[in-house]
Design a protein around this ligand. Structure first.
Ligand code: C2E
Ligand code: MG
Ligand code: MG
Ligand code: MG
Length: 286
């Protein structure tokens, strides 16, 4: 009875491949119009400073509010946008929304929170990638120190020389730069020696269930200590359990960005949380 089964499996894959292609085609037909129609939204996930449990900043994370399919996470469209290059426009759109928000906070007399945006590796293929960013920042008249660019360590590994140059240009203009997903792939400690980076974001695999043991703790502890000596700020990503947050507090990690404090949320919810003046409560799961 295994023969018919394998036929089914085969048919399933064919269908799946076909429908995936159709879905991708459909997305590609719609993406420009969706961007123009404002269907892409910026969510903010708080970065919580462990000394006070206060909101010290946020990461901007894109969502696609599709009319028929609802709110789509980046995993549904970013890989495709990185293939067809549309990610460059999306990243710039997110950056503009962030600048607009920072300008609003400044105009309202609020203490502005620094916000980071993700910079796809696709940008590094072209020259003068910063020019459109500079234009937007200047248009909203936002101080560059309030803006941070997150680059993934894969970028660093693939193209260390390009990254070194880009980092220089970012710093020259006063922007901050972070190395995202640190420790997830081919991170080499050498990179920290050579790259002038302001922040490392420890990847969430360090804090997954499988990574939770004494050896994992030692690795995290050592990376945090190394960063401290190099005067690099640290953000731990994907922290879900209070026990982990307490461990990181004892280990002098600067900030946590994880569900233990807050999920990515619409801007209005973030403002309410960040400007409440109260410490962020921790999730109560164990
Ligand atoms: P990332 O830059 O590493 O962003 C952090 C991701 O981890 C976010 O997923 C966030 O929701 C998730 N996360 C944070 N804390 C926790 C936690 O405690 N548990 C779990 N399970 N997850 C947590 P999200 O928003 O789905 O984004 C996924 C990835 O998509 C991002 O990873 C980033 O690489 C990419 N991305 C998102 N927005 C943009 C964008 O505007 N431009 C570009 N180029 N990439 C983006
Ligand atoms: Mg990021
Ligand atoms: Mg990350
Ligand atoms: Mg990532």
């Amino acid at each position: 009875r295994s023969k018919p089964g394998s036929v089914n499996v085969c048919a399933f894959y064919t269908n799946d491949g076909r429908s995936r292609m159709l879905r991708e085609k459909e997305i590609e037909n719609r993406m420009e119009a969706a961007l123009a129609a404002g269907e892409f939204e910026v969510y903010l996930q708080p970065k919580v400073e462990l000394r006070w449990n206060s909101v010290a900043g946020a990461e901007a994370l894109v969502r696609w509010r599709d009319r028929t399919r609802g709110l789509l996470p980046p995993s549904e469209f970013i890989p495709l946008f990185e293939q067809n290059g549309f990610i460059v426009k999306v990243d710039l759109y997110v950056f503009e929304q962030v600048c607009r928000l920072l300008r609003k906070w400044l105009d309202e007399g609020k203490k502005p929170m620094p916000i980071s945006v993700n910079l796809s590796r696709v940008h590094l293929r072209s020259l003068n990638i910063l020019a459109p960013y500079d234009e937007i920042r200047a248009r909203y008249d936002v101080p560059p120190e309030l803006l941070e660019f997150e680059l993934t360590e894969t970028v660093a590994f693939e193209n260390a020389e390009a990254l070194r140059m880009v980092l220089g240009e970012f710093h020259q203009r006063g922007y901050r730069c972070s190395l995202d997903d640190f420790g997830s792939g081919y991170s080499s400690l050498n990179m920290l020696k050579d790259l002038n980076i302001d922040v490392i974001k420890l990847d969430r695999t360090f804090f997954s269930d499988e990574g939770e043991n004494d050896r994992g703790d030692s690795v995290v502890q050592s990376v945090l200590e190394l960063a401290r000596r190099l005067r690099i700020q640290t953000v731990c990503e994907g922290v879900e359990r209070p026990r982990q947050a307490e461990f990181l507090r004892r280990t002098s990690c600067d900030m946590v960005q994880g569900f233990v404090f807050a999920r990515p949320m619409p801007v209005a919810d973030f403002e309410e949380l960040a400007y409440s003046g109260k410490p962020v409560p921790m999730a109560q799961t164990e």
